[in-house]
Each structure stands twice: as C-alpha cells, then as structure tokens.
Write a protein that binds this ligand. Structure first.
Ligand SMILES: C[S@@+](CC[C@H](N)C(=O)[O-])C[C@H]1O[C@@H](n2cnc3c(N)ncnc32)[C@H](O)[C@@H]1O
Length: 341
C-alpha cells in the first residue's frame, strides 16, 4: 500500500456486515443450548439473575445476548431480558413449531458454537491464540506483528481515511497514536493535515512492521515516526497535544481502560485532547447487529467488548477529562473526544 490514501469509491459497510455475520447462528445455538430460551419462557429476567440461574458467565452472556437481541430473538426492556414471539414460537424445545431438531443438527457444523458455549459456561475461550494475552505481556513475535499489521490495516484503512477527513484532527500539531498498529490512522491524519506530525506508539515488533510495511511508502515518512513503548510497563512520552486510540479500549476491561484513561490524562498538557475511535453499542446494549457481533469477536479474542457511549464517557470523566463529545465518522465508527481542563 503506497502513496496517498484516497477515499474508497464506496463505503465498507457491506464488508463489515459480511465478515461479522459469522457469529449469528452460533450465538443463537449457544444461548439455546445453555438454556436461555427455556429460562426466559415463563418470566423475563435481568442479566445477573439469568446468569446465576443457569450458572453462566455474566459478561459473556451479556455480550452474546446483545447479538441475539439484535437478531430478533430476545428483547431488553428496562434492563430485563425477555423472549420475542419468534423465539417463543420457534426456538423452545417442545413447541409445535420448534426448530430445535434442525438447530441441533446444524450447530455442530461450526466450531464457533462450541467456542461461544465455552465462553458462556466458563468466561474463557478454548482458543490458545488469544491476541490480548501477548499484548498484556508486552510481547508479539515479529512474524505475528507483520501479520497483525496487515490484517489491521485492511480492516482500518477506510475508517482511517474517514476519520482524517472528519475534522477530528483539525488544529492538532503533535498526535500520539497509542496502540497505533499499522500506523494507518497516523498516516491518514498526516496526509490530510500538512502541519500535523504523528507518532505511532506500540510494541517494538509492531513499530518495526508499521514502519517497514506502511510508513516507509506513505509519502509522509518525514512527519510520521514510531516509538516502541509497552503502554502497561513503560512511561508514556509527553509533549503531544492529542492522544488517539483506535480499537484499543475495546480490547480491555474496565480496570485497564481506567488505567489507560488516567495515563492519558497525566501525559497530556492542560487543553490537550483524548480521542477514542470505536464502534459504539446502542445505549440499551441490544445492537446494532454488526457492532454486537464485533463485540462477540472482542469477547473471543481480548479482555474487552464494544462499549456504549455512556461506558466510554465514564472512563474519560473518571480520569478527569471534560466536555465529552461523540461524532460518527464512518458507517460503524465514531470518535469520542474529551479535553483535559
Ligand atoms: C486492535 S489493535 C488496533 C490497531 C490500530 N489502532 C487500528 O485501529 O487499526 C490494538 C493495538 O494495541 C497494541 N498494543 C497492545 N498491547 C500493547 C502494549 N502493551 N503496549 C503498546 N501497544 C500495545 C497492539 O500491538 C495493537 O497494535
């Protein structure tokens, strides 16, 4: 990928929808096998009561229920989950119109059914290759770093171009792209804003991959550099007027996001800004369907999930940031910005 990042001729919504359709059927069959539909048959229930009744992991259940809800099988009203007429008619085991015999045959056709069921029952994925384990240890082997950089670049390029064109970086002179990955946001921001310089801060192997694969041929290599910092173990650099995080908060739990917010606050000067580029869940945590499925992907591979605007706002305000604002920048992404007073 070389040269200036032009806006793509069409947006990437259909590709996101296609990619994340992979969780639809397994999410439904996993909650069905876990007993959720039968448990909600007689009475609606809050998430924790439902998790307790079925001995399920509450976080995993919440994330997967959001997807199942956006598929039209359950509904969340005033914080309480209930069955929809579709689930009541077709997905209980012993009803006239039950599809259970068919679901029971097809659910084992995908390994995702067993993985989501394991997450529901234990909160853990049976996968050995969970990306956030290496990130938490601050170690990503060079080959894996190159592969992640290419993967993340493909996934983030249209959103990065849209973010750069959104005006979110207007007035920013020195941008620190924390967990910058392939560097696609820093590069797009620098290409769009000739007076902006940017630093991609990431683990050393990711920095090498970003530089070699993407920065070197970006045409803005004089204004975009890399800085190898383990964000959990090492000091963060000062002197930046904006800190940008794309797809970073969704990798981590409340405790780590509180730490990241606090470290950002301490690293910024008064008047400095924090920018979070994330796919936001609806306030009611019941969709939309592609964000809800992305949240299942985070559940499978990280310590995080997709957050609501309220949850992201809480992370920032608890660290001392004020004036939180959210602007949608591409079909699924928004930038949530706030200021250090
Ligand atoms: C999901 S990727 C996001 C990449 C990029 N911001 C994007 O949206 O395309 C998360 C990034 O956080 C980085 N990261 C994870 N743990 C880190 C750590 N301990 N220190 C610095 N960066 C880390 C990863 O290497 C990875 O590039």
């Amino acid at each position: 990928m070389t040269g200036f990042y032009e806006a793509p001729p069409v947006d990437d919504r259909a590709i996101w929808d296609l990619w994340l359709s992979m969780h639809y059927f397994p999410a439904a069959t996993a909650v069905q096998e876990a007993g959720v539909f039968e448990a909600l048959e007689s009475a609606p229930m809050g998430l924790d009561d439902l998790a307790n009744k079925l001995s399920l992991n509450s976080k995993a259940l919440g994330v997967i229920m959001s997807l199942v809800s956006s598929l039209g099988l359950v509904q969340r009203r005033e914080g309480v989950w209930r069955l929809t007429p579709h689930a009541r008619t077709y997905l209980l085991a012993d009803t006239t119109y039950s599809w259970s015999p068919l679901f029971n045959v097809y659910k084992n056709g995908t390994p995702l059914h067993a993985e989501l069921l394991s997450l529901l029952k234990t909160g853990k994925t049976p996968r050995q290759d969970k990306p956030s384990d290496g990130w938490e240890e601050g170690k990503v082997p060079p080959d894996a770093a190159r592969s992640i950089a290419k993967f993340m670049h493909a996934h983030s390029l249209p959103a990065a171009v849209a973010a750069a064109r959104s005006g979110a970086f207007d007035g920013v002179k020195k941008l620190l792209d924390v967990g910058g990955g392939s560097g696609v946001f820093a590069i797009a921001a620098a290409q769009r804003n000739p007076s902006l310089t940017a630093t991609i801060m990431d683990l050393d192997t990711m920095c090498d991959a970003a530089r070699e694969l993407f920065v070197a041929s970006s045409g803005v290599e004089d204004r975009v550099n890399t800085l190898a910092v383990d964000m959990f173990r090492e000091d963060w650099p000062a002197g930046y007027d904006a800190l940008f995080f794309s797809n970073v908060f969704h990798d981590w739990d409340d405790e780590i996001n509180a730490q990241l917010s606090k470290k950002s606050f301490d690293a910024l000067p008064s008047g400095g800004r924090i920018l979070l580029h994330e796919i936001i869940m609806s306030d009611n945590e019941d969709g939309p369907v592609t964000p809800a499925s992305f949240s299942v992907l985070m559940l499978r591979g990280t310590k995080g999930k997709q957050y609501t605007l309220r949850e992201l706002t809480n992370f920032l305000e608890s660290a001392g940031f004020t004036g939180v604002e959210a602007v949608q920048t591409s079909p699924y992404y928004s930038i949530i910005s706030a200021k250090k007073p």
